[in-house]
Design a binder for this molecule. Structure first.
Ligand SMILES: Nc1nc2c(ncn2[C@@H]2O[C@H](COP(=O)(O)OP(=O)(O)OP(=O)(O)O)[C@@H](O)[C@H]2O)c(=O)[nH]1
Ligand SMILES: [Mg+2]
Length: 190
């Protein structure tokens, strides 16, 4: 095969160009575990240290969905109010969104409606949204939101509900797999 140094061969370029992509965003209050969930999905790793996302992080992963490879573009948005303007630039064209709260943090649960309003107002109203109660491993802490309460909130808005722990990995793969499955059904392939 002829190949110029530093260039992909035509065959590989064709494969890369033809692969269908999906845009997935993570939203929810600061400190709820969005970055950790993505890290677990992409690298099966967890970090106890909190490094707040500054504005946005971006990465992609090639993932087989129902036997077909997709390029999953993951946009990890900061939950901090100061980055509102950054986030609102990025919602357009979103295929799927996982809206995260921390089951031990009631104010992150109370903020969920505001997040739905934010994405609807700024271009992601057509996106598939799922609700994720994260840090399920800490559920025994006093004041935690019960599974029934989280599920009821999601169901009342016709959204699917998942519980996860980015620490133990429980529920993470199920949430991502089902979310990507549901988009692949709607997403036309090239
Ligand atoms: N015990 C436990 N801790 C978690 C879990 N997920 C995240 N954490 C911890 O929670 C803190 C915040 O996690 P991040 O993933 O950085 O939170 P974030 O939602 O990305 O926060 P921002 O980037 O500020 O919006 C870190 O100290 C993590 O180690 C979990 O499932 N269980
Ligand atoms: Mg983050």
């Amino acid at each position: 095969m002829e190949r110029q140094t530093g260039h992909l061969s035509r065959d590989i370029r064709e494969v890369v160009n033809n692969i269908t992509w999906m845009k997935v965003i993570a939203i929810g209050n600061a400190n709820v575990g969005k970055t950790c969930l993505i890290k677990h999905f992409c690298e099966s790793k967890f970090s106890q240290c909190y490094h707040a996302t500054v504005g946005v992080d971006y990465g992609f992963k090639v993932q087989n969905v129902n036997g077909i490879p997709y390029r999953v573009h993951l946009w990890d948005l900061s939950g901090d109010e100061q980055y509102y303007d950054v986030r609102t630039e990025l919602y357009n064209g979103t295929d799927a969104c996982f809206l995260v709260y921390d089951v031990t943090n009631p104010s992150s649960f109370e903020s969920l409606d505001n997040w739905l309003k934010e994405i609807a107002k700024h271009g992601a109203m057509g996106a598939k949204v799922v609700v994720v109660g994260n840090k399920a491993d800490l559920r025994s802490n006093r004041g935690s939101i019960a599974t029934t309460e989280g599920r009821k909130w999601a169901t009342s808005r016709k959204l699917l509900y998942y519980e996860t722990s980015a620490l133990t990995g429980d529920g993470v793969s199920t949430m991502f797999t089902e979310l990507l499955d549901s988009i692949s059904e709607k997403k036309p392939r090239h």
